[in-house]
Design a protein around this ligand. Structure first.
Ligand code: APR
Length: 256
């Protein structure tokens, strides 16, 4: 009788575990689809298929950035000339801003960026499933499914840059243009003249800010730009950004 009870318990546990795991997976897929369907004119099933093929059946630390090439092709950016907003170490302030002012778009405001923002996923060798637990942390490996995706989509966003480009950098740190950031190591390198005409740096200043537009790292940014791209830097208090973004009267770009 005891044996039967143990077997029964194991079976019940296995079922509960199985249901929980598949629910987690469905949650991920559901969230992906719901977020995707907010964008009109895209085939979300096709985008999901292209997304999955990048990392399923691969080691959790061995997803090359190129694995996401088909995904990028399946969900192209809409035209964004003069409205593209890049950022580094300003995640909250930049998205508060673009969330209120429709004129600027970060990669997280595009379909792929918004669908995958803040999500964690990975695959496993020998499995066709998507996992959302047991995935490597950002620092843990350079070629995780998540990190390779952000590197790839950022490269595509940088490639796509045209006209007047804006970047929001953090004036409260010593090195607002950090060589290891995605912005410095991937995106800026894709800006090409004459497609990109001008780069506006919005240096977000707080009360305790240690940096201004004369910062050494910003000189490196300016010097490293493709020849022909103009450069401007604006020191903008974060309080001013908040005020300006919530004022419907203020036109796009009039906040600095
Ligand atoms: N641990 C966890 N997440 C990290 C880490 C880390 N050490 N480093 C980067 N990230 C992820 C996080 O999601 C973080 O919010 O990258 C995001 C941006 O990192 P930052 O260092 O603030 O900036 P940067 O590396 O320049 O990336 C931002 O890339 O996403 C594109 O177009 C976007 O211009 C933007 C740039």
């Amino acid at each position: 009788l005891a044996l039967i009870a143990v077997i029964l318990l194991v079976v019940i546990l296995a079922i509960v575990l199985g249901v929980t795991l598949s629910k987690r997976r469905d949650d991920f897929n559901t969230k992906f689809m719901e977020r995707c369907q907010k964008f009109k004119g895209y085939n979300c099933q096709k985008i999901w298929d292209a997304f999955q093929q990048a990392y399923v059946n691969r080691d959790r630390c061995d997803v090359p950035t190129e694995a996401y090439d088909p995904l990028i092709t399946t969900a192209p950016f809409e035209s964004l000339c003069n409205r593209m907003m890049f950022w580094s170490k300003t995640k909250k302030v930049v998205h508060d801003f673009t969330g209120r002012k429709d004129c600027f778009k970060t990669v997280e405001d595009t379909l792929l960026g918004s669908v995958l923002n803040e999500l964690v996923w990975c695959g496993k060798n020998g499995s066709s499933e998507t996992f959302t637990t047991g995935c490597p942390k950002w620092e843990e490996c350079e070629k995780s499914a998540v990190r390779s995706f952000w590197n790839r989509v950022s490269a595509a966003f940088g490639d796509f840059a045209c006209g007047n480009v804006t970047v929001m950098l953090n004036g409260s740190i010593d090195t607002p243009f950090s060589p290891t950031s995605i912005f410095a190591s991937i995106e800026v390198k894709k800006f090409k003249s004459p497609k990109v005409k001008n780069l506006n740096v919005v240096l977000v200043i707080q009360k305790n800010s240690v940096t201004n537009c004369t910062n050494e790292s910003l000189k490196n940014l300016r010097m490293g730009l493709d020849k022909g791209i103009n450069y401007h830097c604006f020191e903008v208090p974060d309080s001013h950004l908040k005020e300006c973004s919530s004022d419907p009267e203020k036109p796009c770009g009039a906040c600095w």
